[in-house]
Write a protein that binds this ligand. Structure first.
Ligand SMILES: O=C(O)[C@@H](O)[C@H](O)[C@H](O)CO
Ligand SMILES: [Mg+2]
Length: 382
């Protein structure tokens, strides 16, 4: 079998899909995207396409190695996201050709299902609480919300009180047994992170996420010394080499590699294995589309340390941008009791509705994250 063609589609609300075709008619799909830079990742995929055309799609490990190492310069969000989508599509092709789900080719599933969490939005604590209750009523056993608004490098007690009040209201609303992940989104700097972590400890959170940016990971030591809450991060780390200092540092409890940002199934499987050797848990990041989610579930299926999966079915944006719109086998993600089943179909397990993808790609998108500012006019991390 030979690779014949790579085609990319800008898929609203903010995704990029990749189709890899072969001379035997088998087609694989990947989702090479980093939010807000879809066109740049598209260019990177196109730049790597000429190497792949004419090659055997089954030689995933070799293609990954050449595309990672062979450009001399390597790594980072754009390159590793492009490589991630290519890798997902190659696994999809191989699974479809052999009539096996990807997880079967990775050694076989060690779990039937994985717990999922739902994102909770809302501007005011009361709205967040209403949304949280609604999601719990729909069966979710775990939720995640943003932990604070913009936070300056040193900020006021008022900001801290507001953040704590929101979490208190949520804990009260959902009761003691629902998992609550609190995402600080890298908004907080070292001086405030330890204050917040300590204040939030009594709410027995499932984790605090990006309490500082991962490039400031040395600050985690101080935070861990002020709190017993598990610390999660990793959505902005792109390879085993990026994760190396995190494991060596010893203060991260949960890693969150993104299957569409960190080199795909091949690389995330290895990152997960490194984590297992440090007794660190895996919770793949996925505020993305159906292909990314399907890729996550393949790695969850074979990773002992995976415990929960992020996903954005029908809730992260709005009902008109549901990820199920893009797939024909709409029952593939089986939800029950706060868990989602591991897909059993060949390849990634999803069937992309290509006509719908082409139709939506005509409209495309220009997704950008908001730009925030502090009261003094300086830039604020979103
Ligand atoms: O953990 C999450 O899902 C968020 O931090 C998103 O990755 C971020 O809003 C960019 O899409
Ligand atoms: Mg996050």
């Amino acid at each position: 079998m030979k690779i014949t063609k790579l085609t990319t589609y800008l898929a609203p609300p903010r995704w990029l899909f990749l189709k890899i075709e072969t001379d035997e008619g088998i087609v694989g799909w990947g989702e090479p995207v980093v939010e807000g830079r879809a066109l740049t990742v598209q260019a990177a995929v196109n730049e790597m396409a000429d190497y792949l055309v004419g090659k055997d799609p089954f030689l995933i490990e070799d293609h990954w190695t050449v595309l990672y190492r062979g450009g001399f310069y390597r790594g980072g969000a754009i390159h590793m996201s492009a490589l991630a989508g290519i890798d997902q599509a190659l696994w999809d092709i191989k699974g479809k050709a052999l009539g096996q789900p990807v997880h079967a080719l990775l050694g076989g599933q060690l779990r039937n299902r994985i717990k999922v969490y739902s994102w909770i939005g809302g501007d005011r604590p009361a709205d967040v609480a209403t949304n949280a209750k609604e999601v719990v009523a729909r069966g979710f056993k775990a939720i995640k919300l943003n932990g604070c608004e913009e936070m300056q490098i040193v900020d006021t007690n008022e900001k801290v009180e507001k953040a704590v009040e929101t979490i208190a209201i949520i804990r009260e609303a959902v009761g003691p047994h629902i998992g609550i992940g609190v995402d600080f989104h890298g908004r907080v700097h070292k001086p405030m992170a330890k204050v917040l972590a300590k204040e939030l400890d009594p709410y027995k959170l499932m984790f605090i996420e990006e309490p500082v940016l991962s490039e400031n990971a040395e600050a985690l030591r101080e935070i861990a010394n002020h709190s017993s809450t598990p610390i999660a991060l990793g959505e902005r780390l792109y390879s085993r080499w990026d994760y190396k200092p995190i494991f060596e540092g010893g203060y991260v409890d949960i890693i969150q590699p993104d299957l569409s940002h960190a080199g795909g199934i091949t690389e995330c499987r290895k990152i997960a294995a490194m984590a297992e050797a440090y007794d660190v848990a895996l919770a793949p990041h996925c505020p993305l589309g159906p292909i990314a989610l399907a890729a996550c579930l393949q790695v969850d299926a074979v990773s002992y340390n995976a415990f929960i999966q992020e996903q954005s079915l029908g809730i992260h944006y709005n009902e008109t941008n549901d990820i199920l719109d893009y797939i024909s086998n709409k029952d593939v993600f089986e939800y029950a009791d706060g868990f989602v089943g591991i897909p059993q179909g060949p390849g990634l397990g999803i069937e992309i509705d290509e006509a719908y993808v082409i139709e939506r790609a005509r409209e495309g998108h220009r997704w950008r994250n908001p730009i925030w500012r502090h009261p003094d006019g300086s830039f604020a991390e979103w």
